[in-house]
Design a binder for this molecule. Structure first.
Ligand code: ADP
Ligand code: MG
Length: 495
């Protein structure tokens, strides 16, 4: 039962694999619709109750978290490992033997991946190919994966220092409206908050930035106190004292030469008015995450007091521009080459297009990150899986006992990827697999999507490259989940 449930879930995403994979339309009980080709998204949204099937969902989740791509691959391989295990169990191979065989085969597979690493330098062109490969087959509206790949590589390069990618410094912002070809890279951050006062400037060039973690309001007394006012003069004096305090904030900020304030707390309307009078642009209630990103983008420190405000605390922008999108405003905070955070601004005609574009671009960013950090890429289009299967099979011959059967089954299971790529490209699965095995004995051939059908050719020639890390993780997490399910002999209701 466990095996059947796991297999069924894996099977549900199989048709989405590769450049000719189809999309799924997921409909919730309340009628919300998601259209996607992304394995992790499909599995996450599916209403799955069976605990073993849930483990396949976890495979793709952990794949998504670790490397960001290869989620369908991992789930599909896990499903095949289960299917092959089912046959072995029917043939009286003990589940523990299967688990041992699969784990050993996983190690052998990892060696095969290492031996397939290309020794091409990972220049921008190669990295763009890796990004393009991860996005091919995903709905990206009217912008092609190869155009997007340039933006993606620029973004990753911008936040890379000595081969370490600061992936958290790449942000995505989306707006429906323009066509997806209007997608662009902003060197800085795009803030969603509104201005604190409607008369504040809508654009600033070469501005000084203050990021403030305190509210600009009347300070609360530290003790509960009550003041009794007995004359109009005293009341006026009290109002004036408040006003002086509030005006003091604006004066201090203005004296420091600040033109832009991002405040994570409240700004009193009167302070906003004073700031506006001085042509200072301010935003209140900025979230802590946004403040962090703005700090990375502008170089401003986060300060919690206005005492001793120094120039080192402040950041700078080349330009700040507020633009209107339908009903809301977005603030583009750009700091050029010195910005340590970048934002990809994604556009599309409808919400569905923008959403899927966002998933595709985030896959692209993740694979380029993986490639830059490990420096390792392997040929895609099924070549790596054929290579793994053939290496595992050749080692299997020297493994004694029934474990050998499990190791061989593992090799067959991994070949589900080229078989599926062939099937989705309109080729005969069996014929193609036989041809691929023969072609990869002496050379390198994968399934290249072309027109209505596919052809066999060298994927490297066609720029189809995957990061080695994605393949390593896919095989590893698929093995782990499959062996965990195989080990279970009973489901017991627990209190
Ligand atoms: P996953 O969720 O596993 O990443 P994808 O649908 O993105 O699933 O498919 C990935 C597979 O498609 C990889 O094996 C990759 O090498 C292959 N692939 C990508 N682009 C092409 C292409 N143009 N021709 C053939 N195979 C491709
Ligand atoms: Mg992919």
């Amino acid at each position: 039962m466990n095996i059947a449930a796991g297999k069924a879930v894996a099977e549900s995403v199989r048709t989405t694999l590769g450049p000719r994979g189809m999309d799924k339309m997921l409909v919730t009980s309340s009628g919300d619709v998601i259209i996607t080709n992304d394995g992790a998204t499909i599995l996450k949204q599916m209403d799955i109750e069976h605990p073993a099937a849930q483990m396949i969902v976890e495979v793709s989740e952990s794949q998504e978290e670790e490397v960001g791509d290869g989620t369908t691959t991992a789930a599909v391989i896990a499903g095949q490992l289960l299917a092959k295990a089912e046959k072995l169990i029917e043939d009286d191979v003990h589940p523990t033997t299967i688990v041992e065989g699969y784990s050993e085969a996983n190690q052998i597979a990892q060696e095969a991946i290492t031996s397939h690493i290309l020794n091409e330098p990972l220049d921008d062109k190669t990295l763009q190919k890796v990004a393009t490969t991860s996005m091919t087959g995903k709905g990206t509206g009217d912008v092609s994966p190869s155009e997007l790949s340039k933006i993606i590589v620029d973004a990753v390069k911008h936040v890379t220092k000595s081969e370490k990618v600061s992936r958290d410094d790449i942000h995505l912002q989306t707006r429906v409206g323009a066509s997806s070809s209007a997608t662009e890279l902003v060197k800085g951050f795009i803030l969603e908050s509104e201005r604190a006062h409607e008369h504040m400037p809508k654009s600033v060039s070469k501005g000084k930035v203050l990021i403030l973690d305190m509210d600009l309001e009347i300070r609360d007394p530290e003790v509960d106190a009550e003041f009794t006012i007995t004359s109009v003069d005293q009341l006026t004096a009290a109002f004036e004292a408040e006003e002086t305090e509030l005006r003091g904030y604006a004066d201090t900020i203005s004296k420091a030469g600040v033109n832009i304030v991002f405040c994570t707390e409240d700004i009193d309307d009167r302070v906003a008015g004073f700031l506006s009078d001085k042509d200072i642009l301010a935003f209140e209630d900025v979230s802590s995450d946004d403040a962090k990103a703005l700090s990375r983008a502008t170089g401003a420190m986060r300060v919690a007091t206005l005492h001793n405000l120094s120039n080192e605390d402040l950041g700078t922008v080349d330009s700040l521009e507020i633009q209107k999108f339908n009903d809301d405003e977005l603030t583009f905070v750009e700091a050029g080459s010195k910005a340590e955070a970048v934002t990809v601004f994604l556009r599309g005609g409808t919400q569905h297009i923008v959403d899927e574009l966002e998933r595709a671009v985030s896959d692209g960013l993740d694979v380029v990150t993986a490639a830059v950090e490990s420096g390792e890429v392997v040929p895609g289009a099924g070549v790596i899986e054929i290579g793994i299967a053939s290496h595992v099979r050749s080692v299997a011959a020297s493994i004694e006992g029934r474990k050998q059967l499990a190791v061989e089954a593992f090799a067959d299971a991994v070949e589900v990827i080229p078989r599926t790529l062939a099937e989705n490209a309109g080729l005969d699965q069996i014929d193609t697999l036989v041809d691929l095995r023969a072609a990869n004995d002496s050379g390198r051939a994968g399934i290249i999507a072309k027109g209505e059908s596919g052809e066999l050719d060298d994927p490297v020639k066609h720029g189809i490259l995957d990061p080695a890390a994605v393949k390593r993780e896919a095989i590893d997490s698929a093995t782990e989940a499959a062996t965990m399910i195989i080990r279970i002999d009973d489901i017991i209701a627990a209190s």
